[in-house]
Write a protein that binds this ligand. Structure first.
Ligand code: IPM
Ligand code: MN
Length: 351
């Protein structure tokens, strides 16, 4: 297969973890006779520094003309404590999601057998966890009307959803559930919010089209609790942009390290694959960040190209590295740890 992949390393540890995913994919390409053409492009603070814009048109053109986007991380501390900054790296990510039509964010949470005791949660709570949070990604409060009243003392952000937006994400959720355990949980706040009532009503109407799927409806506050009490009770969860942002960070601790969980953002055409962690600026340039979330994101990418065997080979080598203790310092618990680049080399050599 010939693949053009836009490579957006971004900020902080982004370039370091992306490098390892590229090594692993190149090893896969050699072994399985594929040709991957990597197309690097600027994004985030790096792009602001270079051209004054976090998602430049040139980057968009590279992404839009590729088969997929592999993304590192975005964000820089110099913007975080400056509420007056007009241009922010995160705006690049939001613009990219919108312009590429990436309305569905697939964030899986699963456990690794050899890391089960690294989780802050008890083994019996998390064993067997295999859930997906499907987060709506191009609507809701992230993209609603916002602003300040004239006096500057009142600020507002609004959460708007159209029926069509809910239908298309719900459809993805039902379809995903059909490929798995056929259980779907609609996560909302329908006891308070009108937009949530539209969600719930839409899911209820669609239930009849998927008679095999068992649908449950839960309020987001209760889910926040149950997600850490009984994560293994969930299969597919579908929720709106902001709730999904919060719940996926919460879910990421289940596996033992935020550096482990991958994600895919998909829509009408091309997909974007990225680790769910951020740019971890404290670790930037130190070669210590865990590259596995990015490597596993590359596996999700290959899976979406129906390269099932190749994706499985990546997951297998990741498990092998964990079993062999070839881990970065977030997982070494004071024992021997390996550099980001060493983990990448090991994975590529063992494909
Ligand atoms: C994420 C991130 C982004 C989000 C930020 C960086 C804009 O937290 O992908 O979860 O809030 O969506
Ligand atoms: Mn987030």
């Amino acid at each position: 297969m010939n693949l053009d992949i836009a490579l957006l390393a971004g900020d902080g540890i982004g370039p370091e973890v992306i490098d390892q995913a590229v090594k692993v994919c190149n090893a896969i390409a050699t072994k399985y006779n594929h040709n991957i053409n990597w197309k690097p492009a600027l994004t985030g603070a790096a792009a602001i520094d270079a051209v004054g814009e976090p998602y430049p048109d040139e980057t968009h053109e590279i992404c839009a003309s590729s088969d997929a986007v592999l993304f590192g991380a975005i964000g820089h501390p110099r913007f975080d404590n400056d509420p007056s900054a007009k241009v922010r790296p995160e705006q690049g990510l939001l613009k990219m999601r919108k312009k590429l039509g990436l309305f569905a964010n697939v964030r899986p949470t699963f456990t690794f057998p050899s890391l089960i005791d690294k989780s802050p949660l008890k083994r019996e709570r998390i064993e067997g966890t295999d859930l997906i949070i499907l987060r709506e990604l191009t609507g809701g409060i992230y993209f609603g009307e916002r602003g300040r009243k004239d006096d500057g003392e009142t600020a507002f952000d609004t959460c708007t959803y159209t029926r069509a937006e809910v239908v298309r994400i719900a459809k993805k959720g039902f379809e995903l559930a059909m490929t798995r355990d056929k259980r779907l949980c609609c996560v909302d706040k329908a006891n308070v919010l009108e937009s949530s009532r539209l969600w719930r009503e839409t899911f209820q109407r669609m239930e009849k089209d998927y008679p095999e799927v068992t649908v449950s409806y839960e309020f987001v506050d209760a889910v926040a609790m149950r997600l850490v009490q009984w994560p293994n009770s969930y299969d597919v969860m579908v929720t709106m942009n902001l709730f999904g942002d919060i719940l996926t960070d919460e879910a990421s601790v289940i596996s033992g390290s935020m550096g482990l969980m991958p994600s895919a953002s998909v829509g009408d055409k091309i997909g974007l694959y990225e680790p769910i962690h951020g740019s971890y600026p404290q670790a930037a340039g130190k070669d210590i960040a865990n590259p596995l979330a990015t490597v596993l994101s590359a596996a999700m990418m290959l899976e979406d190209f129906k390269l099932t065997e190749e994706a499985a080979a990546i997951r297998a080598v990741v498990n092998k590295s964990l079993d062999a203790g070839i881990v970065t310092e977030d997982l070494s618990e004071g024992g021997k740890s390996y550099k980001t680049s060493e983990v990448g080399d090991w994975l590529a050599a063992n494909i």
